[in-house]
Design a protein around this ligand. Sequence first.
Ligand code: ATP
Length: 233
Amino acid sequence: MAKHRIFGSIDPTRGASPHSIAVIGLGRFGQSLALELMNDGAEVLGIDAREDVVQSLNGRLTHVVMADATNEQVLRQLSIPEFDRVVVAIGSDIQASILVTSLLLRFSIRRIWAKAVSDAHGLILEQLGIPHVVYPEKDMGRRVAHIVLGSMQDFIEIDADFAMVKTEVNPEHAGMRLGDSGIRRNHGVTVSSVKHRGAAWQPATEDTVLQAGDTILVTGPTRQAERFSRATS
Ligand code: ATP
């Protein structure tokens, strides 16, 4: 019998609901992800090997279990093969990360996200067949670099060369109808939403009149979105 301690009411014979998500590894990344999933109404099973970590999350996740997730028997007892979404948020113990992700693949779980702490770690996970490899530090570092360089308020890279940028309206465009601003023609980017000062976000249309102090969401090829944002600062 494998050793693990369960906090919260979990019945391993009950199986996982289709809305359940398992988060394995509850360090800073795993915890913030699990708590955000809870905020969004998901059922979350959190697993971590450390008792203090598990105790601190007791009552804040649907279920929290103290267990060594590299143990196949434990994962089976926790009905992990029945989950269709699992996040492996173990980073620095690369061996544990690889063992756990291999077990999940053996369970034929299709929707697996795994955190990588280095390019080599990520490459191994990708070669194993993990469909979603995330690089929290690397991605956040790149994101902040773009924000610093472009003087934008926020930056999200949607794809290798396509980004969404939150920035302020260039005074040159203030008072203009979006349809007459030439932003798409001259800068190669599209304004998709606008937030007038003190108001809520709204979709941008050809008839939206940009005002000084407005915040806009702009999408387009990364370089162009950056250049456009720099021009507005
Ligand atoms: P973060 O940056 O998210 O804080 P970290 O890099 O400091 O993470 P990691 O080594 O990635 O730490 O571990 C994240 C969590 O995964 C830790 O709380 C650790 O106890 C847990 N963990 C590590 N190995 C296992 C395992 N075999 N089974 C269950 N949990 C594990």
